[in-house]
Design a binder for this molecule. Structure first.
Ligand code: ATP
Length: 200
């Protein structure tokens, strides 16, 4: 079975690409969702978050206080809080990825995908047979994300990620997503066909 990573900077179109791959009939797992699941269900993770960042990490109804946490992580020049958060969340998420991979393999899947913004930042690239990076230019990213986030917040998040060009250089495939959704579908199908030819 082939295990393929999909990555790219914030707003580059990772999730859109992943949903195109799902439409083509493949299983895609989203590490953001795995992280949410871990935070919701894993009491030891919850305790570590509270110990590190205080009770405010969770709202009165028990939900994660994403506003509080994003503020701690992105509104600080240093990467200390981001690193602390990653050190708590990444190990159980990686464990989940391993479990998913094993059970898909047993179920006879031929190829599966994981979508994660942080494949390179977390040093996970070696775990994949192939890594696909989605690249979009900054104007497109701003145009797409400004509907849900202000410009300043987008720039702050971009600053915390590895430069996209660096990710592209270390990837097996790069998809440029500066055109229409139809263009993205075409590029995705093209790359899927190449990868499919590697299934034996
Ligand atoms: P994030 O890092 O915020 O999770 P992402 O990399 O997963 O972002 P998407 O959510 O796929 O990016 O895309 C961001 C927004 O841009 C979405 O609203 C999506 O519908 C839109 N979008 C992505 N690609 C295109 C495209 N080629 N044409 C038009 N809109 C697009």
């Amino acid at each position: 079975m082939l295990v393929i990573g999909i990555t790219g900077g914030i707003g580059s179109g990772k999730t859109t690409l992943a949903s195109i791959i799902e439409e083509e009939g493949f299983k895609v797992f989203y590490t953001d969702n795995l992280a949410k699941e871990v935070i919701e269900k894993d009491v030891s993770v919850q305790n570590k978050l509270i110990r590190e960042f205080g009770n405010e990490v969770f709202k009165a109804d028990g939900q994660l206080n994403t506003f509080f946490l994003s503020n701690l992580v992105f509104n600080s020049e240093s990467n200390e809080n981001l690193e602390k958060l990653n050190n708590i969340i990444h190990p159980p998420v990686i464990q989940k990825m391993i479990e998913i991979t094993n059970s898909c393999e047993q179920a006879g899947e031929k190829m599966i995908f994981f979508e994660s913004a942080l494949i390179f930042e977390s040093g996970l690239e070696e775990g994949f047979d192939y890594v696909i990076t989605v690249l979009s230019n900054i104007e497109k990213i701003m145009e797409r994300l400004e509907k849900k986030m202000n410009r300043n917040d987008i720039l702050k998040r971009l600053k915390k990620q590895f430069p996209s060009e660096e990710k592209a250089k270390n990837s097996d495939f790069v998809i440029e997503n500066n055109g229409s959704i139809e263009d993205l579908k075409k590029s995705t199908r093209f790359i899927l066909n190449i990868i499919k030819s590697d299934i034996n």
